[in-house]
Design a protein around this ligand. Structure first.
Ligand SMILES: [Zn+2]
Length: 423
């Protein structure tokens, strides 16, 4: 039997003009005030964007299903109806002053993959599903990556439904209102693999003139909250030797965070982004202080070392200054390591297409993080101008977008044709 499913010819490419036109068409929905988008989750604009996406998917011959969180799954059948699907996707919602590509490129890039396979009459053994995950941005309904989190079992459906926006409207009522509350139980479908194309949202690829970032994983994050107790006193009458200056302790700890991050280069970062002094008065010695610290690394043991160094260093600082000190850890997320097989497939696809490429670690959160808990996952990144994102000025070129979509195309074609023994 002669079929085209043996694989995708090496010279097949996405239609770059069609991809760009679709991105620009989508950007007309929920426009911002400065050329970007304000299309927050579960607004009327979100509903309109979803409807356009569904229409395009149906025109491409796909079957569209919606789950109870409003996640959209558009399916292109494979030749083996029992085989688990390969899923690609991202999100169509934006920040209140967001860009036209963050998330949208992954969804419409997935659609372009299907359109291209249709153009060339190529079938795949496995179904290919293009997904739009609800409320990735979390700006209206915190937290971020909400629906993919429910899909992966990180949050319960009931908890997500009860999240409220600033007006007090719940996620559940707004999902119902825009007409996108589906019937499919969340997380009930199983995928063979998940691949997400996304703009870098950082400056590395553009600065190095590289076409494709092969994302090996995501940074882990730890927040520490250091509470310092000294003695508030008159800034003029209290001799220096008598002072227990919590502000000075805070300053030394802020410097310590920087030193710790610098001693774990190249990938670690750290900052003390918020500090509060009490009584916060020019002519008072600060009696107490609170320092909020954010440290990140793609390597779990490095992250743990950084935390230990900061805790140890802080103890030494406060001992010298005669301060009391308590350290809390309000947030911790372990680093994400994507599936080695999927990452290798992305790397090979980029190489076979002749693109310049480098391994990269994602510094922002993505739906692929949660998906990686329940399915082998990988991400593809393309550059964005000056690394600007979460900003209406976010910009990419159609050449970059097409390169990313081409790597997605060849990665998906490979994964969807892979005939291994277990499904
Ligand atoms: Zn995004």
């Amino acid at each position: 039997m002669l079929t085209r499913e043996a694989g995708l010819a090496a010279d097949v490419r996405v239609n770059d003009v069609r991809l760009w036109d679709s991105l620009m068409e989508m950007a007309k929905i929920g426009p911002g005030v400065a050329g970007g988008n304000n299309r927050q989750a579960l607004t009327d604009a979100d509903g309109e964007a979803r409807a356009l996406f569904r229409r395009w998917c149906e025109e491409a011959g796909m079957q569209v299903t919606v789950d109870q969180m409003g996640d959209i799954f558009a399916c292109r059948p494979g030749t083996d109806s029992d085989a688990e699907a390969v899923c690609v996707g991202s999100h169509l919602d934006t920040q209140p002053a967001g860009g036209r590509f963050d998330g949208i490129l992954g969804v419409l890039g997935g659609l372009e993959v299907v359109r291209t396979l249709n153009d060339h009459g190529v079938t795949s053994r496995r179904p290919i599903v293009v997904a739009n995950w609800t409320n990735e941005e979390g700006s209206r309904f915190p937290p971020v990556m909400m629906a993919s989190g429910v899909f992966a079992g990180v949050h319960s459906l009931e908890w997500a439904y009860a999240r409220k926006d600033e007006q007090g409207k719940s996620f559940a009522e707004e999902l119902e209102r825009i007409g996108w509350k589906g019937a499919e139980p969340v997380g009930s479908r199983k995928f063979k693999a998940y691949v997400e194309l996304h703009i870098e949202q950082g400056p590395v690829l553009e600065a190095e003139g590289i076409d494709i970032g092969v994302v090996t994983g995501g940074q882990g994050l730890t927040w520490l909250r250091v509470s310092l107790q000294g003695t508030s006193a008159h800034a003029g009458t209290t001799p220096m030797w008598r002072r227990k200056d919590a502000g000075l302790g805070a300053a030394r700890i802020m410097d310590l965070v920087h030193q710790v991050a610098m001693s774990h280069q190249p990938h670690a970062v750290g900052t003390a982004g918020r500090v509060e002094l009490c009584p916060n008065s020019t002519n008072s010695v600060p009696g107490s202080a609170e320092v909020a610290i954010d440290i990140r690394s793609p390597n779990a043991s490095v992250l743990a070392e950084m935390e230990a160094s900061i805790r140890g260093g802080a103890e030494a600082i406060v001992a010298k200054l005669g301060l009391g000190c308590e350290i809390a850890r309000p947030q911790h997320a372990a680093p994400i390591l994507f599936d080695a097989g999927c990452v290798a497939t992305v790397r090979e696809a980029a190489a076979s297409l002749g693109y310049s490429r480098r391994d990269i670690v994602s510094s922002a959160g993505h739906d692929a993080y949660w998906l990686s808990r329940v399915t082998p996952a990988a991400m593809i990144m393309c550059p964005c101008v000056d690394g600007i994102s979460h900003n209406e000025a976010e910009e990419i070129s159609s050449v970059w977008a097409a390169a990313g979509a081409n790597v997605l195309l060849h990665t998906v074609a490979k994964l969807a044709s892979a005939a291994d023994h277990h499904n």
